[in-house]
Write a new protein. Structure first.
Length: 480
């Protein structure tokens, strides 16, 4: 069994805290790895290293950062099966999800490399004769990233790669259940020749290490992906220091299926959009809102497909539903099912569990008084809700405190565009599921789903700050 140390200042170091935690395989409960846990002294070393490295890294040429990011992409491209296996063992990812996640990151690193050369400023006309007035975008210095368990490699690398592209140094705290995914990022960048101190990875307890990152004055931006509750806590800790935050939080994303939809296609989109990674996806379409004329037909076809999904061993390439990250999450999901059924919802399939495996579950007749209507279940549970018409569907879709992703299926593109503008969500996908991402797009949500956008150019804006510089050519006339 592998033992993983902390990655601080370019070295793999034993935790001063002396704590080494078991990293469990959620499918079997077996110990997959042992991982050193950072304490306050370890975090101080990581922050000091990132702070020391910030000037030299911030002064590197765009082509030097680009070269390291491209090399990291090549290193990863040669290690995809190994990374994917870690994602299956410690995260319960299925074979397909693990291969997708690892491969996506190769493109993400290449895309981040391209951003190095696109950090643009502007020149402005001036009211003073002979004054050259311009903006430059400067790196912030030290950026801290706090990552979730569900796409632990992809989401953490997105933060790291774009921060490094912008000339920042980084301290990463991976999720407690998926620390090795974060440590692999350090291995890859070390192999790619990243100078010491530029990236530091410190697994450790969320409340202590995460909150210390949010309050340390050397950290200029906290980029967080995780639950709304923790995001709110981080925002409140960072606010008194006027620290920048980007928050990618939870969701309860709608998929609207309008009456002209092709039902088999809508079923496929709905199924992928909720059951990828057992529903543990922030942008999962956990509320499917179907127009009345096709509601019964959609429910029947959807439940029939969901019953065929293979549940079990995540290493079997045919498995669609693997384990939830922890057994306890099955209780959360089951609580939502019981509450809904108790209030009159119909269970079309699923509703049972074994170990950390929860059967894919569909509820029909879900109404606004049910917990599953409002709260994120973060499991393989979906509500199918009937709407009288397109306006009613839009009203139900917006009847949530979240606003991450959304989707709608119709051939009426005029109506689709009108609804897209009125859906209160950061992202809308027409004729698709709500689950979609690319490296260079503005990913993010509104309301309780967070603030800021991640990806490509939008991350570069978040991760740099604008400085105004003027140069007076010739002499200026001063009034006294
Ligand atoms: P979580 O909020 O429990 O944990 C996220 C990270 O925060 C972990 O690294 C954890 O250790 C750390 N943390 C915990 N308490 C903390 C504290 N008090 N201060 C600072 N850090 C702390 O989330 P999770 O269970 O890992 O992930 C699931 C959640 O993440 C879901 O709500 C999901 O919707 C959301 N998510 C959002 C996106 C997005 O892009 N919007 C993407 C993936 C996941």
């Amino acid at each position: 069994m592998n033992e993983y140390r902390l990655f601080i200042d370019g070295e793999w170091v034993a935790a001063q805290s002396g704590i080494i935690a078991d990293d469990l395989d959620p499918a079997t409960d077996a110990v997959f790895a042992r991982v050193h846990q950072a304490g306050p002294e370890d975090l101080e070393m990581a922050l000091a290293a990132a702070y020391r490295a910030r000037e030299s890294w911030g002064a590197t040429l765009a082509r030097e950062r680009e070269e390291i990011l491209l090399r990291a992409a090549e290193v990863l491209a040669a290690r995809i099966p190994e990374v994917a296996e870690v994602l299956r063992r410690e995260g319960g990812a299925t074979f397909g999800k693990s291969m997708f996640e690892a491969s996506f990151v190769v493109n993400l690193l290449r895309s981040a490399a391209g951003e190095c050369r696109r950090i643009f400023g502007a020149t402005m006309p001036s009211d003073s004769p002979g004054l050259v007035s311009m903006t430059v975008r400067r790196p912030l210095g030290v950026v801290a990233g706090i990552a979730p368990f569900n796409f632990p490699f992809l989401l953490a690398t997105k933060k790291v790669a774009l921060a490094l592209a912008a000339g920042n140094t980084f301290v990463l705290k991976p999720a407690g259940t998926t620390p090795v995914a974060g440590l692999l990022i350090a291995e890859i960048f070390q192999q790619a020749g990243l100078p010491r101190g530029v990236l530091n990875v410190v697994p450790g307890p969320g409340a202590r290490i995460g909150e210390a990152l949010a309050t340390d004055p050397r950290v200029r931006l906290v980029t967080f992906t995780g639950s709304t509750e923790v995001g709110r806590r981080i925002a409140s800790l960072a606010a008194p220091l006027f620290k920048k935050v980007t928050l990618e939080l939870g969701g309860k994303s709608p998929l609207i299926v309008l009456r002209d939809a092709d039902i088999p296609y809508a079923v496929d989109a709905a199924c992928f959009g909720i059951f990828l990674h057992q529903g543990q996806v922030c942008m999962a379409n956990s509320r499917i809102i179907v127009e009345a004329p096709i509601y019964a037909a959609f429910c029947a076809a959807f439940a029939a497909k969901v019953k065929t999904l293979q549940v079990g061993d995540p290493h079997d390439p045919h498995t669609i539903i693997g384990p939830l990250i922890q057994r306890g999450q099955c209780e959360v999901v089951h609580g939502h099912v019981q509450d809904a059924v108790g209030k009159g919802a119909r269970l079309l399939c699923g509703g049972t569990s074994e170990g950390a495996f929860y059967q894919p579950t569909v509820l029909a007749g879900v109404t606004a008084d049910m917990q599953v209507y409002r709260d994120e279940s973060f499991g393989p549970l979906v509500s199918v809700i009937e709407a009288a018409d397109a306006e009613a569907a839009l009203h139900i879709a917006n009847d949530t405190s979240f606003g991450l992703s959304s989707a709608l299926i119709t051939n009426d593109l005029q109506l689709a565009f009108d609804l897209s503008l009125r859906l209160e969500a950061g992202m809308v996908h027409v004729n698709d599921s709500s689950v979609y991402d690319e490296p260079h797009v503005p990913f993010g949500g509104t309301r309780n789903s967070g603030m800021g956008r991640e990806g490509g150019h939008w991350s570069m804006e978040e991760m740099t700050e604008t400085k105004w510089i003027t140069i007076q050519l010739g002499k200026r006339h001063f009034p006294f």
